[in-house]
Design a protein around this ligand. Structure first.
Ligand code: GAR
Length: 189
């Protein structure tokens, strides 16, 4: 079994979906956010899970920020890291600390539309289908071996909110399934 830390910057709906699955919830030993106002922190506290804030601005560079997050993860006893809407780029040194043990979810069919504006970029490109990717993290942003992808249709009257909502419905179904496999040790790079 692999205990995990979940890293989240935002509202934390993906964290909420992970917490809803008991076999995942019991293996979440830490939630880390780079934002003190992240909804994910409240979710963690309500679930009785330690929550830590590590703010980018408190560090001189990306490397030292990333190493502080890695230290927090290790101190909590986590062996794996699950990114759930974590909107900071982590340095290569972070990946080296948890080789093959970092998962990410991204709201597009990677390699299309990496980055923080994936939903908007899909709309701007005029694609009829976008989707969700769950992947192992390597040293590039929103990049690494794909574990699972699922398509999501784009409707003509979609805006970023309606499309992202449809994408999140898929995220909330597939991420807990993949993370359950990961914590059980059945999913390996
Ligand atoms: C999710 O849609 C996730 O795929 C995306 O951030 C959102 C977080 O939502 N992640 C990325 O864009 C990573 N590049 P949440 O806070 O409601 O879970």
């Amino acid at each position: 079994m692999i205990d995990i830390a979940v890293l989240a910057s935002g509202t934390g709906t993906n964290l909420a979906a992970l917490l809803d699955l008991p076999e995942v919830r019991e293996h979440i030993c830490l939630v880390v956010s780079d934002r003190a106002d992240a909804g994910a922190l409240d979710l963690a506290r309500r679930a009785g899970i330690p929550a830590r804030v590590v703010q980018f601005g408190d560090f001189p560079d990306r490397r030292s920020f990333s190493l502080a997050v890695a230290d927090a993860v290790e101190q909590a006893g986590a062996k794996g890291v699950v990114l759930a809407g974590f909107m900071r780029i982590l340095s290569p040194e972070f990946c080296d600390r948890f080789p093959g043990r970092i998962l990410n979810i991204h709201p597009s069919l990677l390699p299309r539309f990496p980055g923080a504006r994936a939903v908007e970029a899909a709309l701007e490109a005029g694609v009829e289908v976008t989707g969700v990717t769950v992947h192992f993290v390597d040293e590039q942003v929103d990049h690494g071996p794909v574990i699972r992808q699922e398509e999501v249709p784009v409707f003509p009257d979609d805006d970023a909110d309606t499309l992202h909502q449809r994408i999140k419905t898929v995220e909330h179904r597939i991420y807990p399934e993949v993370v359950a496999q990961f914590v059980s040790g059945r999913l390996r790079l």
